[in-house]
Design a protein around this ligand. Structure first.
Ligand code: ADP
Ligand code: ZN
Length: 734
């Protein structure tokens, strides 16, 4: 076992310091810290977090602090590249292996892995488990060591999930072949059934299970009645939104039509659905991710491929299929944690369409379930209680309501006392022996002559016809309100039978009064809403625009999505705080070490010229006054100095490695760090001046950000060690 490593935990006094260093963030999000601690202790863990909760960090940070390679299994080949680029842009050595690479690329990446130069390997399951790959992988585990397996989108192992992938089933061989390597499984799936399946299928060993709340606090939810002028209503809704968004429609035809109309109206929009060719879809997706186009119009079935953290709005122009899919689809908004908006355009015409489609289903059980799901969706749309409360209770989570970020909480409908009506309703449920659903109960209350009522003899009940004074819709509103308030239950077997509970009896015994919110929304009034909860001064807004353009330019130059350069939240902070020094800049959340080096100067320059042009104060803000070391790299510690001493005695890096029983890469890294910290190292002994010059020129050209990029520019005759060293010198000079 080696005693030291480039990224030994000892280099960081705390996990928070490591977090800031690599990712630029100051605090962990909920559950991240305990999960990371478990992974560092080699425990199996199951992490359940909603989209945008910050799952990746749970294995990425430990990967950097542990010896060996962390292997990330991910089903979405298209997304691997973005994830790896994002890591590399933070100066973290990550790579991926999948079918998109040619054999030369694969070979050189495998080489880098074998030399211990890679901390995170992203790989598709079929590759990882293939027979051709396993000898290499075995060798890798022996020579370099495996730190952990991270199984992303772990619900894919489960047939109960919404995205079952047979190749995930074979992942249990990992446990058998590498019994000592801990497994971290991660998913955003909310159901208990799937969670159990994951633990079982992956053969997790007494895993700690961390389930985060599914409350997405940064999302605003609203439902708008879909009027006759739905399209102009949509334009009106889009108007105040900044940034990119997704609009979901039910069919391909509607997607194409809508995308076309939006284009005609000067809104940059593209379609995305199964009828497009793979390459068209990929093209549209890339243009969306890179902010070349603002709006993606997509079919609900095809949302899975759209992955972009800074989506600012998701509008369901047609009715979502059910609450679970609505949660997942609307959840694609605001993954970066910034405010985002989710709206449903709810029209009874769509209900009729969906109902028609359900009737076409051959299996009666399937029909029943689909109808119940539709019912729940309608209930959600028509409801007058906090939208969050309904969504979260669907996932078995209790939420008190009054979220302040949904239409019902922001402009609550007026309350009325409906205790008498509630008593009538509940006693009718009791008289019908708790064996019927809402429709039948309302029929009895309103004295319907329907066959079913007569046949059952329910026209003889004492509650028959006692509710003629209220319309069907009013009774429904009451019934739903009772359900939401927990004053009656409904079975979930597809039949939606109403059952009394303790609360119902309190109402019946006059121990509890019932308040009902009277909805006016269905009459066509919608609530105006704020787009963003963050207040910004006019100057900040202006500067934000400038910084966004700068980000876009830098991203285009490197051929990466803008959000990889900096997330929206960081830009906002820059626009508000206007840091003028590198030190001030380094304090912005999202600015880690690599980002500081790579972008600090150019961004502070931009902020400076903005201040000049607008006559804003130029002195650095007070926080940034004290002089901090320009590059806050890890300061060299004892182990670095031992290396230095041996080097000064004339030993070569390989000799030092042998002497100290460390890897060559570690020694090179020591020397590089010493160089960065301005210790005099005679680099000419290691790299000829000619080569130094060429490498420096390459860095000038492609930037210091990624060793891989520099090497790709230089070609194979240059190795990473010399590039690493020369870059250290380059950074010292610049
Ligand atoms: P998930 O995979 O759970 O959907 P990600 O791992 O993509 O979520 O993280 C979502 C966003 O949150 C990313 O932009 C990520 O950089 C950011 N993030 C993660 N952890 C933190 C943190 N501790 N502080 C601030 N931002 C964070
Ligand atoms: Zn609410």
């Amino acid at each position: 076992m080696q005693m030291s490593d480039n990224f030994s935990p000892a280099s960081f006094p705390s996990l928070e310091k490591a977090l800031k260093h690599f990712f630029g963030y100051d605090d962990f999000r909920l559950n991240q810290r305990p999960v990371i601690e478990e992974v560092l202790k080699n425990q199996d863990v199951l992490v359940v977090m909603p989209t945008g909760g910050g799952k990746s960090l749970c294995y990425q940070l430990p990967a950097l602090l542990k010896l060996g390679v962390t292997v990330v299994v991910s089903p979405l080949i298209a997304l691997m590249q973005d994830q790896v680029e994002a890591l590399q842009d933070n100066g973290i050595s990550a790579t991926f292996l999948n079918s998109s690479l040619n054999s030369e690329e694969s070979r050189s990446r495998q080489e880098a892995l074998m030399e211990g130069r890679i901390k995170l390997l992203y790989v598709a399951p079929e590759r990882l488990l293939s027979e051709t790959f396993s000898p290499f992988f075995q060798l890798l585990s022996e020579k370099v060591g495996l730190a952990a397996f991270a199984i992303d989108e772990a619900h894919c192992v489960s047939e109960w999930g919404h995205d079952f992938r047979p190749e995930y089933r074979q992942l249990d061989t990992l446990r058998r072949n590498y019994p000592n390597v801990p497994i971290v499984a991660l998913t955003a799936t909310a159901t208990e059934r799937v969670r159990q399946d994951i633990v079982h299928q992956l053969a997790l060993r007494q895993p700690s299970v961390y389930v985060s709340s599914f409350n997405r606090q940064n999302l605003y939810y609203e439902v708008q009645p879909k009027g006759k002028q739905a399209y102009s209503q949509l334009l009106q809704t889009l108007k105040p939104f900044e940034g990119a968004g997704i609009i979901y429609c039910l069919s391909r035809r509607r997607v194409d039509e809508l995308a076309f109309r939006l284009q005609q109206d000067g809104i940059s929009a593209l379609p995305y659905h199964a009828g497009l060719s793979d390459s068209e879809r990929t093209q549209n997706q890339i243009r969306f991710i890179r902010d070349d186009v603002r709006v993606m119009v997509a079919t609900i079935a095809f949302g899975m491929g759209i992955d972009k953290p800074d989506v600012r709005f998701v509008i369901h122009y047609d009715l979502p299929r059910n609450l679970e899919s609505y949660y997942q689809e609307s959840g694609r908004a605001g993954r970066d944690g910034e405010p985002a908006h989710c709206a449903i355009f709810f029209g009874y015409g769509d209900v009729a369409t969906v109902d028609y489609l359900i009737n076409q289903k051959p299996d009666p059980q399937e029909q029943r379930i689909a109808r119940q799901q539709l019912r729940q969706m309608i209930d959600y749309a028509e409801s007058t209680v906090c939208r969050r409360k309904i969504q979260l209770s669907y996932f078995g989570e209790e939420f008190p309501g009054q979220c302040n970020t949904c239409d019902n909480c922001v402009s609550p409908p007026p309350l009325e006392d409906w205790t008498i009506e509630a008593q009538k309703f509940l006693s009718c449920v009791a008289r019908c022996r708790e064996r019927f659903g809402m429709t039948h109960i309302i029929d009895v209350l309103r004295g319907s002559r329907k066959q079913k009522v007569i046949r059952l003899g329910h026209d003889q009940l004492s509650t028959y016809g006692i509710g003629k004074d209220k319309s069907i819709d009013e009774w429904r509103m009451l019934g739903r309100s009772l359900l939401h308030q927990g004053l009656v239950e409904e079975t979930t077997d597809g039949y939606s039978v109403l059952k009394l509970n303790a609360g119902s009896w309190q109402v019946l015994k006059r121990q509890l009064s019932v308040q009902v919110a009277i909805s006016d929304r269905l009459k066509g009034q919608s609530t105006p809403v704020e787009t963003s909860s963050t207040e910004m001064s006019p100057e900040a807004m202006l500067l934000l625009g400038r910084l966004r353009s700068l980000r876009k330019r830098l991203a285009d130059e490197q051929n990466i999505p803008p959000y990889i350069v900096f997330p929206e939240a960081s830009l906002r902070l820059m626009a508000q705080q206007r840091p003028l020094t590198l030190d001030g800049f380094s304090r912005i959340s999202g600015v880690g070490n690599r980002k500081l080096n790579q972008y600090g100067q150019i961004f502070t320059d931009e902020i400076q010229s903005f201040c000049q042009e607008n006559g804003l104060p130029m002195e650095a803000e007070p926080l940034a006054r004290e002089v901090a070391p320009l590059r806050s790299k890890t300061t060299p510690t004892n182990t670095h100095f031992v290396t230095l001493k041996l080097f000064e005695q004339g030993l070569t890096p390989s000799e030092i490695a042998a002497e100290r029983d460390l890897r060559l890469g570690t020694i090179i890294d020591h020397l590089a760090r010493l160089l960065e910290a301005s210790h005099p190292i005679d680099l000419d002994r290691l790299v000829s001046t000619e080569r130094q010059k060429t490498i420096c020129q390459a860095i000038d050209k492609v930037g210091a950000g990624s060793l891989r990029t520099i090497r790709e520019h230089l070609g194979d005759t240059y190795d990473y060690n010399e590039i690493r060293l020369v870059r250290a010198l380059w950074e010292q000079d610049s």
